[in-house]
Write a protein that binds this ligand. Sequence first.
Ligand code: PEP
Ligand code: MN
Length: 348
Amino acid sequence: MIIVMNGKTSDAHVEKIMQKLHEMGHEVDISRGERRIVLGVIGDVKNLASVPFYAFDGVEEIIRIEKPYKLASKEFKSTTTTVKIKDVVIGGKEVVVMAGPCVVENKKQIFETAQQVKAAGAKILRGGAFKPRTSPYSFQGLGEDGLLAQAGEETGLLVVTEVMSVNQIELVGKYTDIFQVGARNMQNFVLLKELGKTRKPILLKRGMSATLEELLLSAEYILSQGNDQVILCERGIRTFENYTRNTLDLSAVPALKLLSHLPVIVDPSHATGKWRLVSPMSKAAIAVGADGLLIEVHPDPKNSLSDGAQTLKIDTFTQLMKELSPIVWAVGRELGTSAEDDLERMKH
Ligand code: PEP
Ligand code: MN
């Protein structure tokens, strides 16, 4: 339930209603704007049915949210959440591209990739150090050595990398700018709750058989712990089609934007499993309103230790970035840091 109060309501009057809600056993999330003060009442609100909230000073509107997720809902917050890390804003006007190898293999590979994806316009470097591989016999990642190799100071790029379990949060948090929760961990509720206690952005990938409601409920786990920096990621779902690795559910992007205020990005690499499909689906993702892309790029995909078949070579990625510019502009967004930057990119 959401209680909207007039922005000029005195602290004492806000406190009165907060006290009432606490007495009735509810936690309250408060956000103060100039025009309105919004109290988000979390949990089962049945016991509040008979409370005459309109009798409290300052109360303008009571909104009962029927959806099972509250903090993630559009009713709770109508404006898009922006996730800001240094000078990069996800969910704003700019479409933010995150690129890099599936897995960090060595210092040279990650450094070379970082420099080149940066030159092409990527703002965030992706690369796994702890990998959730389907087979226990596949390469599992370099662990801390991978995190170290990826750390951004030398490249100037921000870093996103996966955290697979609660006991990795501290270590991964030392190196990364964004915690990635992989598809297989989307419903690892213990992990989500612990990540909710951190204050770093979380890139939450949709589980391969998860509905949008389940994805938003997973986001709710993070939000309900006080971390409002959540980025949703559509990465394909499992269907009967097996030509592609997964089926990219592009309708998830506008649907999530109707349901939620959280930014939404698309991972066309894991969604398709085929590098030839990555560029067309990236363009489609931007056209339907994605706030960013997560793309696998490697200097030599045929020798990549993981997911080579879906990985772009650097020059294909650079070409994609050029081809994305007009689409980004057509939907009223930006790709580079300035209009000149984008125009320049389009010319080449
Ligand atoms: C990844 O992005 O590194 C990854 C493993 O993807 P997903 O969790 O979507 O399978
Ligand atoms: Mn991968």
